[in-house]
Design a protein around this ligand. Sequence first.
Ligand code: ACO
Length: 319
Amino acid sequence: MTRRSVILGAGAYLPERVVTNDDLAKQMDTTDEWIVQRTGIRQRHVAAEGEFTSHLAAKASERALAAAGVKANEVDLIVLATTTPDETFPATATRVQAMLDITRGAAFDVQAVCAGFVYALAVADNFIKAGQAETALVIGAETFTRILDWNDRGTAVLFGDGAGAVVLRAAYGDRGVLSTHLHSDGRTHDALYVDGGPSSTGKVGHVRMAGKEVFKHAVSKLAQVIQEALDANGMAAKEIDWLVPHQANRRIIDGMAEKYGLPKEKVVVTVDRHANTSAASVPLALAEAIGDGRIKPGQIVVIEAIGGGLAWGAALVRM
Ligand code: ACO
């Protein structure tokens, strides 16, 4: 029997404050119509002052552990994907570890921007398959609005804050993460980056994006990596029960669904309410669709994401 990582439960947390497109239109030259038409985004959640990435991550993790029926002290690995850590160091994962009173195993961060959760899932899955972990918490958490330039309407309207988490456990059988597929291409750096950091400017910096270029890359690279995941498992697109895509833009999501012949009912969409929460977007969507009973045990789920790097990836999971 094959040792695999089974998703036992998922949890989500969104900050209380909701900012609508109309709210943004009061402070910058934009409209609800422009934002909805180009992206499908209607609102986003924004973290309160003093509310950090670790706080969102810990709340999502508590809910994931409760949904999984797993006690915090059973966790022996925490992999947290974020682009907006509390501090330059230590890893935000270690803050979460302390908040959850976990005193064993390893906790570290993974940085692959919007693809971060897929990367973190791949890392944790490989630890479990190698026998180096039994029970892992995989988290995507961001306070992404803190790195936005509020004078740049081209990016400021696109992002939000939030966190999602899943609990993985080693098991022998057919269920679990069937394969993960990761890619990056550093030559595309200038399409999407932050113009600062501890080693370059000494300042945190702001998001810079060539939107049309990222859009073009997203459509082709996501289509390729979904196909790669299907091929690796000898599956056809019609065997997919659910597509849980990165929530950046409704048009990209619809494009992927159309390419693979998936009806809207098989695609989990949260971008309208959450906007792009970077590494948190996939686990937030996953937690919502598992929580409301849409995604059921035994079903085939494909997750995918692309972000700064560019870095992108996909995973195929039998729930
Ligand atoms: N409100 C009103 N007008 C705006 C806004 C706004 N918020 N932002 C830009 N505009 C204007 C521009 O100034 C431009 O005006 P001009 O024609 O007078 O110069 C016009 O709208 C068109 O701008 P474009 O940037 O060309 O618009 P586009 O159709 O490309 O849509 C968008 C922009 C939504 C950003 C799109 O390119 C996109 O979604 N790209 C992909 C982003 C993405 O998927 N990112 C995922 C990864 S994110 C991550 O990894 C962190």
